[in-house]
Ligand binder design. Structure first.
Ligand SMILES: CC(C)(COP(=O)(O)OP(=O)(O)OC[C@H]1O[C@@H](n2cnc3c(N)ncnc32)[C@H](O)[C@@H]1OP(=O)(O)O)[C@@H](O)C(=O)NCCC(=O)NCCS
Length: 163
């Protein structure tokens, strides 16, 4: 199955963060110490991938921490600026529009965004909040509390509206 992470299209079926795509955890490990000098190739490849990830972030203004977990089909239709915290978890088939921060707030912890969530442009999702599956977050919202599944939420702070 193909999935898209910002400008990056990757193949595979397991759930990965961008770090899982470009990060050190995706590097092949030497099969044994007989086949490769211990650690040398791995270290070089990890360094190269870190540089590549920086270049992608600079070119797209999309900065996704390598520890963030992002589900298959999640889509960033435009360039950034977009910042995604390392502890954030984003489900499958979400859309994240331009100028969004999914990051730390005043309390410890990071957002959990379930599947099929639409995040409008210029939105901040901050701290240990949960956005339920299928929710729509209107442009310009600041989410600092949980949003129920299927809700449409707008404003600062974001609150559900009747539809
Ligand atoms: C949130 C959204 C989905 C609501 O759309 P909708 O269901 O058609 O709702 P309406 O336009 O009928 O608005 C309903 C109410 O919410 C308010 N509202 C709508 N969007 C809002 C927003 N982004 N921020 C604050 N209030 C908003 C309206 O003023 C209206 O208030 P009222 O009932 O007091 O008059 C839409 O306005 C939105 O923000 N979409 C995201 C767009 C976006 O970022 N696209 C990416 C383009 S690149």
């Amino acid at each position: 199955m193909a999935r898209r992470l910002g400008a990056v299209q990757v193949a595979g079926s397991q759930r990965l963060g961008l770090g899982g795509v470009l990060g050190p955890d995706r590097l092949p490990r030497p099969a044994s110490s007989d086949t490769l000098p211990p650690g040398v190739l791995t270290t070089a490849l990890r360094s190269a991938l870190r540089v590549l990830r920086k270049i992608v972030a600079l070119a797209t203004l999309i900065n996704i921490d390598e520890r963030a977990v992002i589900g298959p089909g999640t889509f960033i239709p435009h360039f950034g600026p977009i910042q995604i915290n390392g502890e954030a978890s984003i489900g499958a088939d979400c859309a994240i529009h331009q100028v969004c921060t999914i990051g730390a707030g005043s309390r410890p912890g990071a957002p959990v965004i379930e599947d099929h969530v639409f995040i409008g442009a210029h939105t901040c999702v901050l701290g240990p909040v949960r956005i339920g599956a299928g929710a729509v977050i209107g442009s310009g919202a600041v989410v600092i509390g949980d949003i129920p599944a299927g809700a449409t939420a707008v404003g600062v702070p974001a609150h559900p509206i009747a539809r």
